[in-house]
Write a protein that binds this ligand. Structure first.
Ligand code: FAD
Length: 303
């Protein structure tokens, strides 16, 4: 209930203004966001990769409604990838792209062109690209753009949201690809998505079974211990080497678990958001966990 209220609020411009104007918000945001500038993102990447973790970096922003903003986001990614290239991280570095931030709401072909520019820059840096998945109205467009990109950049990945009824079939279609499996972070209607947590978890396991049985590279993106254990069992059942799949978690969430998994020999990639347009991302993190809201409210009280 609290979660879906926060997701509704996250799309309200007045609420955005009010929350972003609260001075202590910044401290709370810093728990989930690596900073505002490219240099902040690069410093975080260096720190995380030194401790054996991999990264996927998200330049914050979504739902841009004008061409200039889409171009600015694309340039930010290219600047970031150029800054990462000298670090020689190869596939340990990746960028995550929300197509709505590079023009999807304006025109699919603009989003494709911008995503292509980002893929070129990633290739130059030895890094990979994964397309984030946004609300259900964008899934067909995102998978269409993915198909076009993969014709030239075969290792582009995509996020698939287990809560959508369609996702098991999408996993079948993508079983030879890099697929990041997530539960799903948007408020979706009952006509397209499971509403109960247990149903989402069961759907996640069904999708995971398809991906682990396939020839692609499953990216198990969850903080849920039960699902991580099931992923490990399925990888064993399919005799997968540990470098043929990976775990992914968000920056600032369950950092001990991230490190423990990496120390056990698993591939672990941390999703690192940076930039000044943190509002939508931040509100989705609050919506996922009431304890984060309490933390936020305490900080407003000065504690
Ligand atoms: P949950 O059942 O929500 O959580 C399991 C446990 O993890 C909780 O009990 C708690 O201990 C911990 N936890 C979970 N969330 C938080 C939090 N916010 N703060 C503190 N602790 C927490 N969604 C999309 O719709 N599209 C995407 O492209 C996308 N990309 C993602 C990329 C990565 C790497 C990850 C990890 C998630 C991504 N998500 C994306 C978000 C995802 O859909 C879920 O909303 C989010 O991961 C929470 O679900 P969970 O699987 O961790 O399980």
């Amino acid at each position: 209930m609290l979660g879906s209220t926060l997701l509704a609020v996250s799309r309200n411009p007045l609420a955005r203004k009010a929350v972003t104007a609260l001075p202590p918000t910044r401290r709370v945001v810093d728990r989930f966001v690596a900073g505002e500038a490219t240099a902040d993102a690069v410093a975080t990447v260096e720190r995380l990769t030194r401790s054996g973790l991999m990264v996927t970096i998200d330049h914050l922003g979504e739902e841009v409604r004008d061409t200039d903003a889409a171009v600015t986001t694309t340039k930010a990614y290219v600047e970031l990838l150029d800054a990462l290239a000298p670090l020689g991280l190869g596939h340990r570095a990746e960028v995550s792209v929300k197509l709505s931030a590079v023009g999807q709401a304006l025109d699919d072909s603009m989003a494709l062109e911008h995503a292509r520019e980002i893929c070129e820059a990633a290739l130059g840096a030895g890094a990979t690209v994964t397309l984030d998945m946004e609300d259900h109205t964008t899934v067909d467009s995102t998978l269409g753009i993915l198909r076009d990109l993969r014709a030239d950049f075969s290792d582009v990945g995509v996020a698939i949201q287990a809560y959508l009824f369609r996702s098991e079939a999408d996993c079948h279609d993508l079983r030879d690809s890099r697929v990041r499996l997530v539960k799903g972070a948007y408020r979706e209607p009952a006509s397209v998505a499971h509403q109960k947590k247990n149903d989402v978890d069961l759907a996640y396991v069904r999708c995971l079974k398809v991906l682990m049985a396939g020839t692609g590279h499953p990216m198990v993106a969850t903080h849920d211990d039960r699902l991580i254990s099931i992923a490990e069992l399925l990888a064993d059942r399919h005799e997968r080497a540990r470098d043929t799949y990976e775990y992914q978690m968000l920056y600032g969430i369950r950092t001990d678990k991230q490190q423990a998994l990496a120390n056990s020999g698993a591939l672990v990639r941390v999703y690192v958001p940076y930039g000044d347009d943190w509002y939508g991302y931040f509100m989705r993190r609050l919506a996922e966990r009431p304890a984060n809201v309490a933390f936020f409210l305490r900080s407003l009280g000065g504690k």
